[in-house]
Ligand binder design. Structure first.
Ligand SMILES: NC(=O)C1=CN([C@@H]2O[C@H](COP(=O)(O)OP(=O)(O)OC[C@H]3O[C@@H](n4cnc5c(N)ncnc54)[C@H](O)[C@@H]3O)[C@@H](O)[C@H]2O)[C@@H](O)CC1
Ligand SMILES: [K+]
Length: 517
């Protein structure tokens, strides 16, 4: 192969919070074509980083930049230019280094890692003396390094990066502050649709991981034990129809998942999760009050259209009748509750959502794993007050930050375990958001649950025309009427609180009824 002269043309990723610098040699032809580092589909760099931090694999360049900055990783290459044959590091000649002082002067870089032997050698030759920080060489994630197994790469990168991972207390923001944060992130170039995609993927990953962890635990621990997080209901592994009770041969079967989607943006998280789970091979059923094309909220509308185009039409049930809903839930190993999120208000949950929540709680009581998106439906994310009815989750995957309502002792019975999905690099926006929100945003110092809230990796169409219209026992006219009533009720939202307005929610009494009664 004839060597080509290559000039580095991809901007480094770093900011003042970066703590480690990862360096390759020079972007490969595939990365140059993709316009970002490690762009070859077979390169395992992004899969390795995602596994190290227990996150979904980033999809877009923006997702990758966000992951790096959020995890305090600066990313660049040793060389500014060289002659190279294809992507062969061994062929590099006429090498000239990048001016790494741009990174070293902007950030307190505590460790440098080379993503392969050649990058390590080039750093030692050109850079180490100038910057004074020695470089640790990690195994290459390139497909050329075929002998390195993914698991070994993950272990090597985890051991290297773990000491530098930020360990911050989870932060609690009020609902208006969370909305202000989303808007600040959007204004800085990450659209809300991208946040929703990350939210839905994180939700799906947490649900699958939790399901697998429980299945694993149940195979190791055949004796019945109460492991449901204090809700005094049968543990998942003892129920008759859960995967844990299947014959050994079927145990590794992927779970059947029912995703309950409201018509707001919480529902959008559910649609993305459904798409991700179906891609992973799960049998997925989406319950929705409206066909995707009739969803008004953005970006939920866009997310629903995208997901519906990937899902089988038969797996989408629009306003199912009670019997059809019960049938769908009966088959569920996992229920994802994406009915209502931070936009919920009121003392009661209107239909059809009230009936959905009751049916989901009944199925959970028989052993399905219930995972709530952002906040259990019916629970006020702001006050922690539970409406009638309220979803009972085993796990709540809340986006970006804790919300005050998730941390009350009362909320505990509805949230189950709470994990924060770190779907965006929020630090640059916090001063502005906290200033705007006054004292109500704070590191989670006043919350009982914050100590236990995990800072996990998940811390702590119209081509879908054939969407199943209605259930066999729900006449089209009746379904249409029910839908019209639902849409009218939605339009007359009970107290009219719009979380995207500047107005704060009316304070609601925390303990209107005795939570333990
Ligand atoms: N805005 C965004 O871009 C993002 C939003 N996200 C998700 O979006 C959620 C917030 O979305 P929205 O502001 O659209 O609100 P929600 O989707 O939480 O709730 C709004 C819906 O709830 C209905 N509703 C309110 N009170 C009710 C009651 N008492 N009974 C029955 N229905 C009731 C409204 O009619 C409306 O349809 C978050 O919780 C989070 O899950 C995340 O995906 C991150 C990105
Ligand atoms: K929810």
């Amino acid at each position: 192969m004839i060597p080509t002269h290559v000039d580095h043309a991809i901007d480094p990723v770093f900011d003042e919070h970066s703590r480690v610098l990862m360096l390759g040699t020079m972007p490969s032809p595939a990365s140059r074509a993709a316009g970002f580092f490690y762009g070859h589909p077979q390169n395992r760099f992004w899969r390795v980083l995602a596994a190290v931090f227990d996150e979904p694999v980033p999809e877009s360049i923006e997702d990758k930049r966000d992951l790096l900055l959020r995890r305090r990783i600066a990313l660049w290459d040793v060389l500014a230019s060289c002659d190279i044959e294809g992507a062969s590091d061994a062929s590099i000649r006429n090498a000239h280094p990048n001016d790494l002082s741009r990174v070293f002067e902007a950030a307190d870089i505590q460790a440098v890692f080379a993503t392969g032997a050649k990058a390590g050698q080039l750093y030692a030759r050109f850079c180490q003396k100038a910057y004074g920080v020695p470089c640790v060489t990690l195994p290459s994630t390139s497909p050329a390094n075929a002998k390195a197994r993914l698991g070994d790469l993950v272990e090597a990168y985890r051991a290297a990066l773990a000491p530098y991972a930020p360990r911050e207390e989870p932060i609690t923001l009020s609902v208006p502050q969370v909305v202000a944060l989303e808007q600040a992130i959007a204004a800085s170039g990450t659209p809300l649709s991208a946040l929703m995609r990350r939210a839905g993927r994180a939700l799906a990953k947490c649900a699958l991981d939790e399901f697998e962890a429980r299945r694993e635990a149940s195979t190791k621990r055949p004796v019945r034990s109460n492991a449901t997080g204090g809700n005094n209901e049968p543990p998942a592994e003892t129920a008759p129809s859960t995967a844990a009770n299947l014959p050994e041969a079927d145990r590794r079967a992927l779970p059947h998942v029912v995703v309950l989607c409201g018509s707001g943006n919480n529902g959008g998280d559910g649609w993305v999760a459904a798409e991700y789970l179906a891609q992973r091979g799960c049998d997925v059923c989406v319950i929705t009050p409206r066909a995707p094309e009739d969803i008004d909220a953005e970006p939920a509308h866009e997310a629903a259209l995208h997901a519906a185009a990937q899902l089988s039409p038969a797996s989408i049930l629009v306003t199912p009748a009670h019997r059809e809903l019960a049938q769908a839930l009966d088959a569920a190993d996992i229920i994802i509750d994406a009915i209502l999120g931070t936009g919920f208000s009121g003392n009661t949950v209107r239909e059809p959502y009230g009936a959905w929540i009751e049916a989901a709680n009944a199925r959970r009581a028989k052993g399905a794993l219930a995972v709530a998106a952002d906040v259990p439906s019916g629970l006020s994310a702001q006050t922690g007050k539970a409406a009638e009815p309220c979803m009972k989750a085993d796990l709540t995957v809340t986006m970006m930050t804790l919300k005050p309502g998730l941390s009350t002792p009362y909320a505990f019975a509805f949230c189950g375990d709470v994990r924060i999905a770190p779907i965006a690099y929020i630090e640059p926006h916090l001063p502005h958001v906290l200033e705007e929100g006054g004292a109500s945003g704070r590191r989670a110092e006043n919350s009982q649950r914050s100590a236990s809230a995990k800072a996990h990796g998940c811390e702590n169409a119209n081509g879908h025309a054939a969407i199943k219209p209605a259930s066999p026992d729900c006449k089209p006219a009746a379904a249409q009427k029910a839908n019209a009533e639902f849409i009218r009720a939605e339009a007359e939202d009970d107290d009219g609180y719009d979380p995207y307005s500047d107005r704060r929610p009316e304070p609601e009494p925390l303990f209107e009824r005795d939570p333990w009664a």
